[in-house]
Every structure is written in C-alpha cells, then in structure tokens.
Design a binder for this molecule. Structure first.
Ligand code: PEP
Ligand code: MG
Length: 323
C-alpha cells in the first residue's frame, strides 16, 4: 500500500467532484523539510517553533540562530508557503524542567500569554521570522489566543519588529500574513473578534478538544474521554470553518484530526479545504480526498451536525467512509 500511495505524491489533491484541497505539513525542525517535500505537501502549515527552544537548558536561541533556522526552512521548501507558529511554550512545555511549577500548566502562562509577558523574547522571535520572510512566503501563526487585547498586542509587536528592521535597513515581506490558532473554546465562540483582525485561522484540535471537554490531553487516566466526535467539539470546528470562509479568509485544521483518514470526509463535509498534518499521514489523506464526493457527503453531514447522540454521530461518520 505504501508504494501505491507513493505514486500519489505529484497528484493534485482534488475531490472526486473537482474541489481542490490544500495539504500542508506539520514540522518541528528545519530538518523535517525533506519529509514534508517527500510527502508532496504544498507547504508547511505548522512549524512548531518551540522545538528550537526546547532541551537547551536556559540557553534561548539568539535572533541570528532563529533566523538561520527559519530561512533554512523557507529555502528548503522552495517557494512553498511556510507557516511559523510563534513560541508555544510555558507552563506545559517548560523551557527547562525546573520551570515546571504551575498547578494547572495547560491553563497557565503558556504560548502567547508567555510571549506577551516576555516582550523581549517575543520581539526577538518576530524579528527573526520577519527577516526570513525576505526569502520566501512566510506566514506568522499565533497560538492560544483568546482575548482581543492579545490579538491587538501581538499585532502591535509585529508592527514594532517591522519598524526596528526598517530602521536598520533589513529586508522583510511587509505583507506577511498573520493568523490565529483557534484552540481555546472562547476563541471559537467569539470568531468575529478574530476574522476582523486576522488574515487566516488554523484550528488546533488537540487543545480545542482538551479545553472543550476539560480532558488533560496527556493524562492517560482520562484518555478514554478524549473524543474528537463529541458534538460540542464538532460544533466549534464547524462554526470556525464557516465564520472564516464567510469573512473570506483561509481556515486550516492543524491538530491530529487533520491527519486521521477516518475523519477526512467529516472535515471536508464541514467545509474544510486546508489540512495540515504530520508528513507521514499526508498521502493517505490525499487518497481519501481523491475518492471523496462532496455531493454524497452533504446529506450525511446534516444528520451528524444535528445529532447530540454520540452513537448516532459515530455511526454516521463511519458511514461516510463507505461512500
Ligand atoms: C493543537 O493544539 O491542535 C496543535 C496543533 O498544537 P499543539 O499540538 O502543538 O498544541
Ligand atoms: Mg495547541
């Protein structure tokens, strides 16, 4: 099956009924780019930049070190889009194990909260990303946004980083797009706040499920309750896709759901047109897309989205597979 999938590398990702779909890769380090290219990805949908910062004790990478890593990535991807997520670190993914003191790390000072509390560190990263944007198509993705002031402050910091680079005569792409991770239920329930200010959205289903269902995503004792098909989760995902498209901006899913072939048709049915996943899953998802007919999926979707019965939903999602 692997060899057969390999043949799909250059095949455009288009549904059976002719709708083009964008398939992107999630990466952790610049070294992952060859795998992304090998999978036929049309770009990077999620570069988890925190991996540049982790496992280095307290030695934070300098602006130049970060710039090198981002530029390498952009150049390796040969003109394809590279979506760099700003530092998603903090209480749950500490820079150093000794930082691990928060009682509820997933609810603590992490991601954009941490970056806004450490403006110098954030500015350094933003400058490094902007500098790399002179070498290809870069997008900036901000994790864990929930509040309007966080969006405003993030955009102000990006503007400030641009001013400092301009003053120094350093090149960057002034039109670099800025997007929000939708991974806190409050964000999915306040979408007008986001679509008004942001160029694109990316749904982080891993955290969205964790926070919607109040299930610690790394606690095996409650792993059986971590259900991507919970009707509340489906509603939030569907609302986000619809609100983004209504506002004319791109919406991706970059959590694990995007790489699960059992959920490909469900996401297509919700209107998703951009999937970002681990490169190892990309060709299997593409194969599923090639065999999917949106016209057949639609009636089944009405049943799924109207139901509040987990068994009905699970069975209907299984039936999508057989169409
Ligand atoms: C997510 O939350 O779904 C996501 C893509 O980000 P991470 O898994 O790095 O938190
Ligand atoms: Mg996340």
């Amino acid at each position: 099956a692997r060899k057969k999938l390999g043949k799909l590398k250059k095949t455009p990702a288009v549904t059976k009924c002719g709708t083009p779909i964008t398939l992107l890769a999630n990466i952790e380090l610049p070294e992952d780019c060859p795998f992304a290219l090998e999978s036929g990805a049309s770009g990077v949908g999620l570069f988890r930049s925190e991996f540049l910062f982790m496992g280095r004790a307290h030695k934070i990478p300098t602006e130049d070190e970060q710039f090198e890593a981002y530029r390498n990535t952009v150049q390796s991807m040969k003109g394809r889009v590279v979506t760099i997520r700003t530092l998603d670190i903090g209480a749950d993914k500490p820079l150093d194990q000794s930082d691990h003191t928060a009682l509820n790390p997933a609810l603590g000072l992490r991601a954009i909260r941490y970056c806004l509390a450490e403006p110098q560190l954030f500015l350094t990263q933003l400058r490094a990303i902007l500098r790399a944007s002179a070498f290809g198509k870069v997008r900036i993705l901000i994790p864990m946004l929930a509040h309007a002031f966080e969006i405003d402050q993030s955009l102000a910091m990006i503007a400030q980083a641009k001013v400092s680079l301009r003053e120094e005569g350093v090149k960057f792409d002034d039109a670099v797009e800025v997007g929000a991770m939708i991974e806190i239920p409050a964000a999915a329930l306040a979408l007008p706040m986001f679509v008004k200010r942001m160029d694109f959205l990316s749904i982080g289903t891993n955290d969205l499920i964790q926070y919607t269902l109040a299930i610690d995503r790394v606690d095996y004792e409650v792993a059986h309750l971590y259900n991507p098909l919970h009707p509340a989760v489906l509603q939030l995902i569907s609302m986000t896709i619809a609100a983004g498209h209504k506002a004319g901006i791109d919406v991706a899913v970059c959590g694990e759901m995007a790489g699960d072939v059992k959920l490909t048709r469900l996401l297509l049915g919700m209107g998703l047109r951009e999937f970002s996943m681990h490169p190892a899953q990309l060709l299997a998802v593409k194969q599923e897309i090639l065999n999917s007919d949106l016209g057949l999926i639609a009636p089944q979707m009405r049943k799924i989205m109207r139901s509040m019965e987990p068994n009905v939903i699970a069975e209907a999602v299984q039936q999508l597979q057989l169409m």
